[in-house]
Design a protein around this ligand. Sequence first.
Ligand code: IYR
Length: 222
Amino acid sequence: MSNSEEFIPYQKRDQTEQEMLERSSSYYRLMNERRSIRMFSDRDVPFEVIEYIVKTAGTAPSGAHKQPWTFCIVRSTDLKAKIRQAAEEEEYKSYNGRMSETWLKDLEPFGTNWQKPFLETVPWIIVVFKRAYELEEGNKHQNYFVNESVGIACGMLISAIHHVGLATLTHTPSPMNFLTQLLERPENERPYLLLPVGYPADDAKVPDLARKGFDEIAVVYD
Ligand code: IYR
């Protein structure tokens, strides 16, 4: 017996194909303006905005609806300083020996280095943890498709940040186990992605990149 008798009606949106077309193109135009930002303003952002952004990420689909994510929202100046310090220590080692010559060459257009001052400039840092398993009454329950689920939630988080006119960067100082200690996360959680969130600096610059065209990213089977 399935549980489908207990399902509730889905409230679908009533719209014309024309409206759909307009929404599809305007959402694309909005998202195509998104850029990874490394130069931030220190201007404050209300917590309520961050809360809605994180709630939006929490609407992501997940394996068996286990919602295997924890969003750590950091405003504490002291914690941001500690995160910067630890991230820079790892990045210093990465840029000075751990990353291959090819990798460093591939990164040249982005002008990155081991220094991450933006981790202290931004009003907020969101650190996303994936929950590998849940502990229920002392029993371990593995979650399903954890990387896929958390990756999708992060995509939705990034879209929500951009939608409100804020900027972010998908930052992965690696290894990033230091985040487990600094944020005192339990054993079932693993750091997944670190996102500084704030206004872009007034004089923020981004590399002059182009995106692949539709024909380069899609194959249509008509
Ligand atoms: N984590 C480093 C290096 C880095 C790696 C890739 I792949 C990027 O696209 C960008 C940076 C850093 O943040 O500088």
